[in-house]
Design a protein around this ligand. Structure first.
Ligand code: PEP
Ligand code: MG
Length: 758
């Protein structure tokens, strides 16, 4: 065949013929017979054949050029022959001499002994091979790339024909898939402990291309051009909002996205595929198949990452063109589900229906990122850094998630399911043990009362108070309400929420933290210019935003004052860096108090003002600050990221530094000692307090009040009740005076000797 073969010069003509065949009223068999004839004619080839997967076998379904007696007789196993090779690897083969290939299997009934060259492509449906299209020639010759591409285009159309004719036997597909996709165990990093069982749901659902042959090429071209434009605008927007990292994507990914989105070569290949007669969706997928083949072949991790980015972007383009931009949250979950995503923003996670969201698996993720904190607050187990999980999971796959063992089981085998069920039973027994502690106080074995409060942020967290019998809410993250709203929440809505929180807490204290927006907590409606922040966590966030957008804090203060009328209000400010920031924030609240007084409106009985210790510099200003405060709360998530200069949401740094290292503990001790000396209550409200060993270290430093995730209250109370605090304090003093690099092990040993359950 010459390079200017008809299939290359006129793929459009062949697609038009296929289209006519598809539209005709003939039987499926007659249609397939016509298709092979058309392909053989267009490719000037002696043989064109279609094999379809039936009952787990690849059956010769139609042929032009091979013996007709072989049709429906010749069957190949998936592990057999060139056809089996193509279906299994979902990759084309292009051979000048078919017999030279190790997988060649000769079938005398077909009469194929006279043919030398062979080219075949998989017929794919939802990324599964449902058949194979191949051509053969008498002459030994290598096919041109363009010819293979043309065959792949034809295979796409055939896929539509075959599935619309009902020839995709779903059972066969499922069985073939089970053969291709045996149970897999993948490992990751523990983010939120727990066990979960559910079916796989992709946060960004995959679009299944239904129509492949274009009716109007010009219209399809325009659809793709418009989609590219929309996609480029979306990426520009994401980049300009990168300081909020709102979409969950990191900046380097966005850079790569941008590079591909503006890559003329990619857009051109898609347009060429449309010119060959495909719809916009089919053309995007057609070009995407190339990326997928390259992904299966490449060994280079860097290149593989880039191919993933391109594949992601192709999915995005497909969703735009198909008008399916919504996430799985918008489509709604209908059964127990485990969410699969590359990464998620905190607001994105909050959109999911908790009744069905059983677990989350991320390719990225880190333990103190806000999305993780939200998952923890929602009680949703979360496994992070499961590399390329989206390549191994199919939508709808059964999954088991065992975060304690950092494992995800995809399509688990029965013995794994059994083991999993015994884990669930064990955990339920442990939970029942914790439940028994509900009404017992958190008092150490040597008689010190430890206050265990819980962290919250949404109305749905409130039942946790009575479930755990926590001593109150030690951190109410008010910004969660802002994160779930499309616009700035109105004062009335804020007041209602705060009122409900106080009402649920009854006589227990609640500490409201004023909005901590910015960093990885994105609220696009609060953005006022196009400044791109290089370091959003250290940027325009928290109190820095609130002081500049005075109206924001004023409205919130008013909502809090109204909600707490007649009772005690505890208010604290995040990310205070210098004492003047606290004073200014307090003055704004006081301004609202004065306003209420002049109007004769009701006020809280008392207002306690507190500050979060999150920025290291503030530790050296406590002598000035403490006398003006009612309490101090240490936000270890931010504090530690600044102490170590290690981004809390960077997965690569997630376990690099130990929270119980001498640097952190000495720093914390300095803060705790100063608060005690000043007679001011001090608590810890970061994630550190909810981890058993770490919480023990904190108690050893003199911390008596922890505000932790509700799920941690049972285990920590259990620990407290076994603890001899005097002994622990002695050990901590010793460990900090002569720092030992293995504080973690020393504490573990202590727990073991003292029979403290960690
Ligand atoms: C912290 O930084 O430790 C904290 C409690 O606040 P957040 O996690 O909301 O930043
Ligand atoms: Mg913080």
């Amino acid at each position: 065949m010459s390079p200017a073969s008809p299939v290359v010069s006129a793929p459009r003509a062949i697609l038009r013929r296929l289209h006519d065949v598809m539209a005709s009223r003939a039987t499926v068999q007659a249609k397939l017979n016509k298709v092979v004839r058309a392909i053989a004619g267009a490719m000037s080839s002696e043989v064109a054949s279609i094999y379809l997967l039936r009952d787990g076998w690849l059956e010769l379904y139609a042929t032009e050029g091979l013996a007709q007696e072989a049709v429906h007789v010749t069957r190949m196993a998936l592990s057999e022959g060139l056809v089996g090779n193509i279906a299994t690897n979902r990759t084309p083969l292009n051979l000048a001499e078919a017999r030279a290939h190790p997988d060649f299997a000769y079938r005398p009934e077909t009469g194929e002994d006279v043919f030398h060259s062979f080219a075949g492509v998989p017929i794919l449906r939802r990324e599964q091979a449902i058949g194979v299209l191949c051509v053969q020639h008498v002459d030994p010759r290598q096919y041109e790339d363009e010819e293979i591409e043309a065959m792949q285009t034809v295979a796409m159309v055939l896929s539509e024909l075959i599935s619309s004719a009902g020839l995709v036997d779903e059972e066969t597909m499922a069985r073939a898939r089970a053969q291709n996709t045996a149970p897999v165990r993948m490992s990751g990093t523990k983010l939120v402990d727990g066990l979960a069982r559910g079916m796989a749901v992709f946060h960004q659902p995959r679009v299944v291309v239904e129509h492949t042959v274009a009716e109007d090429i010009e219209a399809e071209r325009k659809r793709v051009t418009d989609a590219f434009q929309t996609m480029r605008q979306q990426i520009d927007k994401m980049m300009s909002q990168a300081e909020f990292a709102g979409s969950g994507e990191h900046e380097d990914i966005l850079e790569t996205y941008k590079m591909f989105a503006f890559d003329e070569g990619w857009a051109r290949r898609i347009t060429e595929a449309i010119d060959s007669g495909l719809t916009a969706e089919a053309a995007i997928e057609r070009v995407q198949q190339r990326t997928r083949i390259a992904m299966r072949k490449t060994q280079d991790p860097f290149f593989l990452e880039r191919l993933h980015d391109l594949d992601d972007l192709a999915n995005r383009l497909l969703r735009i063109v198909a008008g399916r931009m919504g996430t799985a949250a918008q489509a709604g979950l209908t059964q127990d589900s485990i969410l699969i995503a590359r990464n998620l923003g905190p607001a994105e996670l909050l959109e999911y229906d908790r009744r069905f969201l059983r677990g989350v698996v991320l390719e990225e993720g880190s333990p103190t990122a806000h999305v993780t904190i939200i998952a923890r607050a929602m009680g949703v187990p979360m496994l992070g850094r499961v590399k390329q999980v989206r390549d191994h999971v199919y939508e709808g796959d059964p999954l088991l998630l065992d975060v304690a063992n950092e494992a995800l089981f995809i399509r688990p085998a029965p013995n794994v399911i059994k083991q999993f069920e015994s884990h669930i039973a064990l955990r339920a027994r442990r939970q029942a043990e914790y439940a028994k502690l509900r009404d017992l106080p958190a008092i150490t074995a040597d008689g010190t009362r430890i206050e265990l409060m819980m962290n919250a942020g949404l109305r749905v967290d409130l039942p946790g108070l009575s479930v755990t019998n926590a001593d109150g809410i030690g951190l109410f993250r008010t910004e969660f309400q802002f994160l779930v709203s499309a616009a700035l929440p109105r004062r009335e809505a804020q007041t209602r929420l705060y009122y409900d929180v106080l009402h649920a807490a009854a006589d227990k204290p609640v500490v409201f933290r004023t909005v901590d927006i910015g960093g990885d907590k994105a609220v696009p409606y609060l953005k006022d210019d196009d400044t791109i922040e290089e370091n959003p966590a250290m940027g325009w966030r928290a109190l820095r935003v609130a002081l500049e957008r005075e109206g924001l804090l004023k409205v919130q203060a008013r909502a809090l004052l109204d909600a707490a009328a007649g009772r005690e209000l505890n208010l604290m400010f995040p990310m205070v860096t210098e004492p003047w920031e606290y004073e200014q924030a307090r003055a704004i609240v006081q301004g609202q108090v004065d306003y209420l007084i002049t109007r004769g409106l009701p006020l809280p009985q008392r207002i306690n003002y507190g500050v979060m210790m999150e920025v290291p510099a503030l530790a050296y200003r406590l002598d000035e600050l403490l006398p003006k405060l009612d309490f101090l709360s240490i936000g270890t998530n931010d504090l530690i990221q600044f102490l170590f200069a290690a981004d809390r949401s960077n997965p690569k740094l997630a376990d690099r530094y130990d929270w119980v290292s001498p640097g952190v503990l000495r720093f914390l001790k300095m803060v705790v000692d100063q608060a005690h000396a000043a007679g001011k209550p001090i608590s810890v409200c970061g994630e550190m307090g909810g981890r058993p060993l770490e919480s023990m270290a904190l108690m050893g430093l003199g911390v008596r009040r922890l505000s932790i995730t509700p799920a941690a209250i049972g285990p920590i109370k259990n620990l407290v009740r076994h603890l001899d605090l005097a002994k622990l304090r002695q050990l901590m003093d010793e460990l900090l005076t002569r720092p030992s690099p293995d504080i973690r092990h020393r504490l573990m040993k202590f727990a073991e000797d003292e029979k403290i359950p960690l």
